[in-house]
Design a protein around this ligand. Structure first.
Ligand SMILES: Cc1cc2nc3c(=O)[nH]c(=O)nc-3n(C[C@H](O)[C@H](O)[C@H](O)COP(=O)(O)OP(=O)(O)OC[C@H]3O[C@@H](n4cnc5c(N)ncnc54)[C@H](O)[C@@H]3O)c2cc1C
Ligand code: SF4
Length: 514
């Protein structure tokens, strides 16, 4: 076993190629690992202190990233690879040290999944190999986008189904339809028996990482890691099998449902995004296993189609959009939103809004909630209150276990808060309390009433929804997908009262008193 933790290498080994592995590239079968020469190549991991400081990271996010990388590097060393795991003040410092110690070695890395790291590696002379942890190369996505007038995800998804030959019957979609979303909008069912959560035992490496994080970084947010997240490939594989055995069947119909966290925080979602995003699982193996499970016969088409759509559709689409729209995309702010982040995003007890309180508390507990709370509650709140998109993006990136630049930027800037003016999604995902009331169990226990809009106990989402349309009346009346709702403003007899109430709500949310 050759695991080095400092330079120069103490046994003076001659290294012909240094192969850098980023913390989101832990693929056991990636090209960079497969093409390695065990005798003369060195695998380089860098744990940089500067990446841990300065932000209010969720402890579970850092724990997951670091512990997974430490486990993976040790597994590689145990399998006979030469591994250098450097801990350093800064990332660039570490690359400089490697350069100085091994000046004659070639430097190779897999294309990273962020603009920033891409630049840093090129500046340090690394040759970049294609990132094979996705199913669609970014150039392939660019070609698809160039051939289309509109970048509708649905069209991309259909092209993916055909290209990858997934759920196809010849050249037609299996079951005769591409999209079963209309079957997949059920609210939380009554008296449903939710499966047990899979627990992941913590080991010595996990314990060591938690201890170091708590001792060295007092500014972290969130609860200490429990047993929700695995930090090894074997744990990730167990999570995949658990999902296929206990959740895939009901995944589709209940994928938008929002029970309270104490009923089920997982619902029937897979909890696979952390492992797909750090490379412990490959999307191809996840799809292959899911299709094999479907072929056993008891999984409805609406569930397998819904799941496949997430992986080969949404995930690959968002990756393509990140590279297509470029580095400046994260700064878009077409709705001119400038409000600072609301206190409730770090202190959920400071709001009486039952849904928001429950969901932010759930994020605090385990750094995860599924796509509908992310979109229709958290982002919806940021959109309607006009929070500065970059501040909201930073918060989302700091607190979610599966956040990386390529995935968070389009999901927040394009989908969540419509800061790009519709380049990615044609209309804003804005909704009042009626949507949350229909799709969740939160409203029953809430002090607010989702059905009214201008009373002192009206649901803040409902008040702010109309106020948001009113504030952006001019630009939205030109958007045919939302113009009809804007016209609805003319029928509101209580518009003045509503505007007044909206001012109170906005100020209460900004002060942390509502
Ligand atoms: C505002 C907002 C922010 C989001 N931020 C992230 C993020 O930082 N990282 C992240 O992985 N996902 C993000 N998503 C997408 C989605 O919420 C998560 O992928 C999902 O909740 C992860 O849980 P799961 O693995 O149980 O997903 P499942 O519901 O089981 O879905 C299966 C897989 O599909 C993929 N997927 C589904 N939707 C998306 C999407 N919109 N973008 C990318 N992948 C998708 C994920 O890999 C996920 O694991 C975001 C969505 C929204 C609306
Ligand atoms: S009434 Fe409004 S604030 Fe309260 S839980 Fe329902 S949607 Fe959320």
């Amino acid at each position: 076993m050759a695991l080095y933790e400092s330079l120069p290498l103490e046994d003076g080994a001659q290294i012909s190629t240094v192969r850098f592995i980023a913390f989101d590239q832990l693929g056991h079968d990636s090209k960079i690992i497969r093409s390695i020469d065990k005798a003369s190549d060195l695998l380089l991991f860098i744990e940089s202190d500067e990446n841990l400081r300065g932000k209010r990271w969720h402890i579970q996010r850092l724990f997951f990233l670091i512990s997974s990388a430490r486990h993976f590097s040790r597994e590689l060393a145990a399998a006979g690879y030469r591994v250098l795991y450097l801990r350093s003040e800064s990332f660039s410092d570490a690359l400089d040290k490697v350069d100085a110690a091994l000046p004659n070695s070639m430097k190779v890395a897999m294309e990273p999944a962020s603009f920033r790291l891409h630049r840093t590696l090129l500046d340090h002379g690394y040759r970049l190999l294609e990132n094979d942890l996705f199913l669609t190369a970014k150039e392939e996505f660019k070609e698809w986008a160039a051939s289309k007038k509109s970048l509708l995800m649905e069209n991309f998804y259909r092209a993916q189904r055909i290209r990858l030959n997934i759920l196809m019957d010849g050249d037609q979609p299996l079951g005769g339809t591409w999209n079963l979303d209309h079957d997949n909008r059920l609210p939380p069912p009554k008296n449903h028996i939710w499966p047990e959560y899979l627990r992941h035992e913590r080991d010595e490496i996990d314990g060591e990482v938690i201890k170091e994080l708590r001792a060295g970084y007092p500014n972290l947010w969130g609860d200490d890691p429990d047993q929700s997240w695995a930090t090894t490939r074997s744990g990730a594989l167990r999570q995949l099998e658990h999902f296929l055995a206990h959740h895939l069947k009901d995944f589709g119909p209940l994928e938008d449902a929002m029970p309270r966290a104490e009923e089920s925080w997982q619902v029937h979602h897979s909890l696979l995004s952390p492992y797909l995003n750090n490379g412990l699982l490959h999307p191809r193996e996840v799809i292959d296993r899911a299709i094999a499970r479907f072929e056993e016969g008891d999984i409805p088409l609406s569930s397998i189609e819904g799941f496949v759509r997430q992986i080969i559709g949404w995930r690959e689409y968002v990756y393509g959009i990140y590279w297509l729209f470029g580095e400046e995309y994260r700064k878009e702010n077409r709705l001119r939103a400038t409000r600072p982040l609301l206190p409730l995003f770090h202190e959920p007890k400071r709001t009486k809004m039952a849904c928001v309180n429950d969901i932010v508390t759930s994020v605090e507990k385990r750094a995860w909630v599924h796509h509908i709370p992310r979109l229709m509650v958290l982002s919806n709140l940021a959109l309607l209150t006009g929070i500065d998109p970059e501040e909201f993006l930073d918060w989302m990136s700091e607190v979610f276990i599966d956040a990386y630049d390529w995935v968070m930027v389009p999901n927040v800037i394009g989908m969540g808060v419509h800061a790009d003016g519709g380049r990615m999604m044609t209309k804003p995902y804005a909704a009042g309390g009626a949507y949350i009331s229909r799709m969740s169990n939160h409203c029953k226990g809430c002090v607010f009433d989702p059905k009214t809009r201008s009373e002192t106990d009206s649901c803040p989402f409902t008040t702010l929804y109309w106020d948001f349309l009113d504030r952006h009346r001019e630009e939205f009346s030109k958007n045919h997908r939302i113009a009809q709702q804007v016209r609805g403003l003319d029928r509101l007899k209580d518009l003045d009262q509503l505007r007044e109430r909206a001012r109170e709500v906005l100020s209460g949310l900004s002060n942390g008193t509502l």
